[in-house]
Design a binder for this molecule. Structure first.
Ligand SMILES: [Zn+2]
Length: 257
């Protein structure tokens, strides 16, 4: 079974559902640590590029390292949906400290809002992936980039090495240039940012990006608290059968394997 999809940037291609052999890539811990699982899966299931959107792959096969994070994630959701259907069941802990119940939730992945790449962002991406902004407090003029597959790999390395400094490491990764600041001092510039400027920058990164909205609202069945959560990616995302088995046994369907 195949399907033709158009990603948020306009990148269009034919995908197929996952086969049993792709499970090996998903179960490969070494690949997971290196951040290569998603690339393996995208490469395997993307059969043909129909329209390259804003990318220039030099006429050759698609290079997922150059593709925007928003497109990659969209394609991944579509591959998952083509393989197992759109229903995704997971559970998250209630954020109410007095409750902490497990919230079992199920949603239709097709209902997640998708934001296309705007004309303005497409132009900035084509002009070398450089987006200009001015920070409200310091007035600093900065240029940043939208995340691509190559950046995602860097982030999975940072997750292991940076710990609580992850936020500044990730901001530094996306800053291309700051007016009047040498490249070697970018990291220090980020560390010294006021929270107001950092917030404004994160908002701007969000505003110009494309992709799938993964912040969703769930409601706790125990204490009725409505809360925003980031869609979790559990084993059941790519192997929903395991979730079904666990639920039949009356266990949580989401314990990480
Ligand atoms: Zn609760």
């Amino acid at each position: 079974m195949t399907d033709i999809i158009t990603c948020p940037s306009g990148l269009t291609g034919r995908i197929r559902g996952m086969k049993v052999r792709e499970e090996r890539a998903l179960a490969d811990r070494k690949l997971a640590r290196a951040g290569g699982q998603v690339d393996e899966l995208l490469t395997a299931c993307w059969e043909e590029t129909v329209g390259p959107g804003p990318y220039d792959f030099g006429g050759a096969v698609i290079d997922w390292g150059k593709v925007l994070q928003g497109d990659r994630f969209y394609a991944l959701l579509e591959i998952r949906t083509l393989t197992y259907g759109p229903d995704y069941a997971f559970s998250v802990p209630c954020q109410n400290d007095a409750c902490r119940a497990r919230i079992d939730w199920e949603l239709d992945l097709g209902d997640l809002p998708v934001r296309p790449l705007s004309e303005e962002s497409r132009a900035a991406f084509l002009a070398g992936n450089r987006f200009e902004s001015a920070l409200p407090e310091s007035g600093a003029k900065v240029w940043f980039r939208l995340m691509t597959g190559e950046d995602e790999r860097k982030v999975s390395r940072l997750r292991r090495s940076e710990g609580e400094r992850l936020l500044s490491a990730m901001l530094a990764l996306r800053l291309v240039e700051v007016e009047g600041v040498a490249a070697k001092d970018l990291r220090r510039f980020v560390e010294e940012l006021s929270m107001r400027d950092a917030d404004a920058l994160l908002d701007e990164l969000d505003r110009v990006d494309c992709g799938v909205e993964t912040s969703i609202e769930v409601e706790c069945p125990e204490c009725a608290l409505a809360q925003d959560v980031e869609l979790p990616f559990e084993r059941t995302f790519f192997m929903p059968g395991r979730g079904r088995t666990a639920r039949r046994r009356g266990l949580s369907g989401s314990s990480p394997a």
